[in-house]
Unconditional design. Structure first.
Length: 349
């Protein structure tokens, strides 16, 4: 095929060859990379798409009522979303913004994780005391493992291992996808909500129920090291529309360099900043009402916070520790995912 094209080009007049090269170059130029934020609207039926260059909503992907989990394959090509209303995992091509797959799971799905190679998606089933492992190519559940009241699945860059939290057992379990079984159980120090893992996989930071702060866990030794309680300016919980009264922190994330841990406060409607090396709180940034989930831009310059009670996303300048924008999205935004997406031409809305 390549040889035939070469012979064709040789036979074309010079002007036609120049035109052909210009057309090829134009086609290549229409493929651009965008930094996008995907926002799951948990009381809506869509995922809002925010262009991180302009901080404007540039589209929405309708998938079904009660969006819960949102994650993006590391190469940015596919978006994975769990839908509570019909118990499905939806797979979306990010370039076209079109659904390319739907997998029926065994119950009400929570936060999904996907392996870097896109082979497996791991879906906790909150009301079924199990976690479903989905073969993405086959678009079917190939294994279910028992776990008490699972909530959040997390992949940290491995094609073999995935974390999944057990709120009912106060643990974080590790799934070995080669063996299709658990390989480790890590204590969480309480009823786990979101959690973050250091780049070397040695330390885990876990938000737990009834704690305004987090627990530090030694992963290799499966040992709780410390409980960090963050003093609140408003220690008496105010009414929350979409979180239980025992939830004081529902977002936790390490900066890409691992130097700081950013933690949401549902008591103070802000994000607190914990210096990992100094082991102390070094600042805070106000957010919208009900700060929920966190996602850093790839280079770590900006942080994005979903605000469930004000239906927006707070964009924060990490270095200067200040809000730079408040972006209105859908109804009750919850899970977030940032991706670098190759867009060819004008994507469909």
């Amino acid at each position: 095929m390549g040889e035939g094209n070469s012979m064709l080009r040789q036979k074309l007049p010079l002007v036609m060859r120049i035109l052909l090269y210009c057309l090829l170059a134009l086609g290549a130029a229409t493929a651009t990379a965008q930094n996008l934020l995907y926002v799951g609207n948990s009381r809506g039926d869509d995922v809002s798409i925010v262009d991180l260059r302009t901080l404007k909503v540039v589209g929405a992907i309708k998938l079904g009522d009660r969006i819960h989990g949102v994650t993006v394959q590391p190469d940015g090509k596919r978006l994975f979303v769990t839908v509570e209303s019909d118990h499905t995992l939806r797979i979306v091509d990010t370039a076209s913004r079109q659904q390319v797959g739907s997998v029926k799971v065994s119950g009400r799905p929570n936060q999904v994780a996907v392996t870097p190679d896109g082979k497996y998606a791991v879906v906790p089933i909150r009301d079924g005391d199990k976690v479903d492992i989905v073969d993405v190519a086959k678009q079917q559940v190939v294994k279910s493992l028992p776990i008490k009241e699972p909530h959040n699945a997390l992949n940290t860059g491995s094609n073999r291992y995935v974390y999944v939290s057990s709120m009912g057992s106060h643990e974080i379990n590790v799934i070995d996808l080669e063996k299709m079984d658990y390989s480790a159980v890590i204590p969480a120090g309480g009823r786990p909500r979101p959690y973050a893992v250091s780049a070397d996989e040695k330390i885990m930071y876990v938000a737990v129920a009834d704690l305004h702060g987090f627990v530090i866990v030694d992963i290799p030794h499966k040992k709780v090291l410390e409980t960090v309680a963050i003093p609140a300016e408003h220690p008496t919980p105010h009414p929350l529309q979409y979180e239980t009264a025992d939830t004081h922190t529902h977002g936790i994330a390490l900066t890409p360099d691992g130097g700081e841990l950013w933690v949401t406060s549902l008591l103070d409607d802000c994000v607190y900043i914990y210096d990992v090396k100094a082991k102390k709180i070094v600042g805070k940034v106000p957010t919208g009402a009900g700060p929920n989930w966190l996602a850093f831009a790839p280079e770590g310059k900006f942080l994005y916070v979903s605000d469930t009670d004000s239906d927006d996303v707070t964009a924060i300048d990490v270095k200067n520790r200040r809000e730079v924008a408040r972006v209105k999205v859908g109804r009750v935004p919850n899970r977030l995912a940032v991706a670098v997406v190759a867009v060819h031409g004008s994507p469909k809305r």
